[in-house]
Design a protein around this ligand. Structure first.
Ligand code: ASP
Length: 313
């Protein structure tokens, strides 16, 4: 039994392991761990305290996938609900669908009695206001009234400092593997933008036979390369989790286009071996087995990938 998470999952990993120790499922463990990260106002990339889109609205994305039958649920652009991971789980359990977004996701969240809440904290509002102050005053004043947003999204978005996500992978006593992802996405994103986190195969993927993977970083890259699914598929084709992760990073390096930036992946094979990958100069992930008293922090394997941001092709 093991739980693997991105480093910001520290506040939830013990609770997730407790679920496994008590005989709970990998799905219960992932949900329990991520809920605590979603509740943490100091984590500005997830749930409460998450940074808003360019209009100042917090839009949350999340997904969950069960590895035994590859059932999955996800929500995108969810506003006003504290636990997108729980709403995603209910999409998986109650609907014939995988992904709900926007008004439909909110209607479903209300229908299942999900916890409502104001997600924009004072701190996050202040950070948003600081960025708005960089806009020409006329542009800032007109944003809410239907002015063009696209030039200002590119202007305000910083490919390195605007982002974050939480990833959890768990394997329970029965060998069930689950992966979960939750995020507020890119700071100052265009309203309605979905990243990789709610997209099964991009931000997360789980298959009990081979393992699981989940991503943080520039979601657009993981969407374009099918990153989480690729890593699991490479394991299916016979690679070790280490080889599969490095091959997946090389796939990202081969992407073209003009928006290439950071990517981090955590992975787990069917034998319970954890691994982490990054193209940043440093980066760690955490894991905790049921018999451990605290999480272990591990350096991610580094693979260099090319970087490019907007203007230089
Ligand atoms: N992957 C997330 C997204 O693109 C953000 C991140 O992890 O940095 O929304």
């Amino acid at each position: 039994m093991i739980v693997v998470a991105s480093r910001n999952g520290r506040v939830g990993i013990l609770a997730a392991v407790e679920v496994l120790r008590a005989g709970g499922s990998a799905v219960d463990a992932v949900e329990a761990g991520i809920r605590l990260v979603e509740d943490n106002p100091e984590e500005h990339s997830v749930g409460l305290g998450g940074l808003p889109n360019i209009l100042g609205d917090v839009e949350l994305d999340a997904s969950i996938m069960r590895g035994s039958d590859r059932m999955a649920g996800a929500v995108g652009c969810l506003r006003g609900y504290r636990h997108p991971i729980s709403v995603a789980r209910q999409v998986m359990e109650r609907l014939p669908h995988v992904l709900l977004v926007g008004a439909g996701a909110e209607r479903f969240a209300a229908e299942i009695g999900a916890d409502r809440g104001e997600l924009l904290t004072e701190e996050a509002r202040r950070m948003w206001a600081e960025k708005q102050a960089l806009l020409p005053p006329e542009a800032a004043a007109n944003l809410q009234d239907g002015a063009d947003l696209a030039p200002w999204v590119a202007y305000l978005t910083d490919p390195v400092r605007s982002r974050g996500t939480v990833n959890f992978l768990a394997q329970d006593a029965r060998g069930e593997i689950c992966c979960g992802v939750s995020t507020s996405g890119w700071f100052n994103k265009y309203p309605g933008r979905l990243g990789d986190s709610p997209l099964i195969g991009a931000g997360g993927y789980a298959d009990n036979r081979y393992g699981a993977a989940a991503c943080t970083g520039l979601g657009e890259m993981a969407i374009r390369a099918g990153t989480a699914r690729s890593l699991v598929l490479y394991m299916k084709m016979g690679m070790s989790v280490q080889e599969a992760g490095q091959q997946t990073m090389r796939d990202l390096d081969e992407l073209g286009g003009n928006y290439l930036s950071d990517m981090n992946i955590i992975a787990l094979d069917a034998q319970g071996t954890p691994a982490g990958f990054t193209n940043e100069s440093e980066g760690k992930f955490i894991y905790m087995r049921a018999e451990m008293s605290e999480p272990q922090e591990v350096e991610r394997t580094f693979t260099a990938t090319r970087r490019r941001w907007a203007e230089t092709l």
